[in-house]
Design a protein around this ligand. Sequence first.
Ligand SMILES: Cc1ncc(COP(=O)(O)O)c(C=O)c1O
Length: 394
Amino acid sequence: MAVSNKIEKALEGASWVRKMFEEGDRLKRIHGPENVFDFTLGNPILEPPDEFFEELRSVANNPVPGMSRYMSNPGYEDTRKRIADMLSGETRLPFTEEQIIMSTGAAGGLNITLKSILDPGDEVITPSPYFVEYRFYVDNHGGTLKLVETRDDFSLDLGAMDEAIGQKTKAVLINSPNNPTGVVYSKESLMELGEILRRKSEQFGKTIFLLCDEAYKKLVYDDVKLPDVFSVYDTCIAVNSHSKDLSIPGERIGYVAISPLCEGKEELADAMAFCLRTLGFVNAPALMQRLVGRLTNVSVDISGYQEKRDLFYGALVDFGYSVVKPMGAFYLFPRCPADDDVAFVRALQAKNILTVPGSGFGRPGHMRIAYCVEKWVIEASLEGFKELAKEYGT
Ligand SMILES: Cc1ncc(COP(=O)(O)O)c(C=O)c1O
């Protein structure tokens, strides 16, 4: 093998999402795409909002000299200032452009953040089920990911978090709205988490970071309000992305926001700028920075996602599946009617329905369904879900 042992091992354990997506591709070639119902990937189906294309045309038609040159690593100052102003409005905290670092999506943002704070052997705690790439992101920078199970309704188990945080803990990484469960953590639970982090930081004589992956920040449904994470704990870093709210994952743009209340925030921002450079990102894409700075108040119309959630959730519950109703993002994470989630996912696959076993997200006995697909795909799949529910006697 030409590649390193470590990567060889990682490749062998290729993610379930990737495996099932490839399986879907194979089935589509055999049966035709109209006969395969693929819920494996969180790839947004919506087109970017009109405003995105208007700004894109405007920039293309009015190029300014030097607009594609190297820039300072954290990104254009005016874009960062607009984001800082937006966050100040949302949080009533005095954000400035100094605390905003433009990144190549949330993935890039998480990597520069983790590289900036981790020393070899440091632990990062995350509630499980979890976004599996975290394991690799943390490992990239010498850390170890430690999982703490959430409760049955996927809310935070604060007692378990409290117990898990120890001398080696450098950060707690949360993701709300959550991939894969769609759960939004309550304000009360986050306040309590803040309390725990303050107490533990004092106990261990070090600062433990709260890292908030807010890739789905604007995808919340009904009257759910996403709590302001900066109000629960001072040593807080939020990582944001426009992959989902502007439906532009291929453009790789997002940002990291360091709380203005965070001790050492200047040093952290410098570290992140350095890590952007040395990880080889150098800076976030220039053209996208120009656009998103002008689109801070714009997002895709999420009513279509909500409609799909309602349709899918309602049908699965009718068929007897046990499902926690998602409050945001675009995933359902039902319990499988059998303990063996892999076998159940295979049974669905036999009906040309592609989902991902919960085992792939740290919670066996469940499956993840990404409903960011055309409505007909959901409608056409329902009979298969119903038949299997009957077969398994839900
Ligand atoms: C929870 C979570 N975090 C981060 C990412 C990475 O997003 P981005 O495209 O912004 O890098 C994803 C992508 O699906 C995600 O689900």
